[in-house]
Design a protein around this ligand. Sequence first.
Ligand code: CP
Ligand code: NVA
Length: 303
Amino acid sequence: MTRHFLSLNDLSTTEILRMLDRAIELKKMLARGELYEPMRNGALAMIFEKSSTRTRVSFEVAAIHFGGNAIFIAPGDSHVARGEPLSDTARVLSSMTRAIVMRTHSHDRVSELARHSTVPVINGLSDLFHPCQLLADLLTWVEHRGSVSGIEVAWVGDGNNMCHSWANACKLLDFSLRIATPAGYEPIEGIVHDKSGRITLFNDPRAAVENADLVVTDTWASMGQEDEKQARIDAFAGFTVDGALMKTARSDALFMHCLPAYRGYEVSTEVIDGAQSVVWDQAENRLHAQKALLEFLLRENGR
Ligand code: CP
Ligand code: NVA
């Protein structure tokens, strides 16, 4: 059975912790200028049906550092957009590449690709989850503060793909997650349901952020929701993570945002560009975390 990475739940707690350690090691190896090429002559296929800066560049650079190459397939460039079944595409790409990254709208599409692929499929973001970003975010926390176990994370904003991935992470790594969304923008109940009571939902940002160790937000209008932008700006009034809200968190709290950010909406300029913000570390860590992920999946799948 091929192992894929469609959500964090595809990894065990031990595997995630080891991957974070390995990412730190790979980061040091890169800084030392050590050549390490586990993908020599191998190709990484990248099917992107949504825009990307960080995910695309970090996977492409990871493939280059690993001695391989990434092949970027933009929307409209391949036969996928013209209706060739994903099952056939998976079969063809599996015969030529070592792994496939897919960024798409419906999570079913990346699941369908994985069902028919004999090389590992990595979810580079779907409407439901963004697990690669979580690996980088966890790595960033570990580098700045150590273990995530037992910390209190506040999510402020939309109950979206990033929020869902934080929910998966808190169950696997045992920290609490307080989610504040406007009414009607809550995350999917089945994803945030947690018997151990680690996840609490609020409609008041202050209730979620009070004494938090980490405050996280994301855009109010995700890719594919462009038509709802104005309605969302109205609905999310009062949910901006600004200096006053950050003051209610612990004095040493960190601020995270997966980027791209919209200053003045989900986050104020003073917060994202301020001393508590670690957004640039998160972005850089996409590279190191995904190298650890790629190495793990290639090894697990004997490639
Ligand atoms: N955070 C993130 O996934 O960024 P991109 O959309 O630029 O890939
Ligand atoms: N929630 C955002 C994340 C972008 C990286 C989106 O899906 O557009």
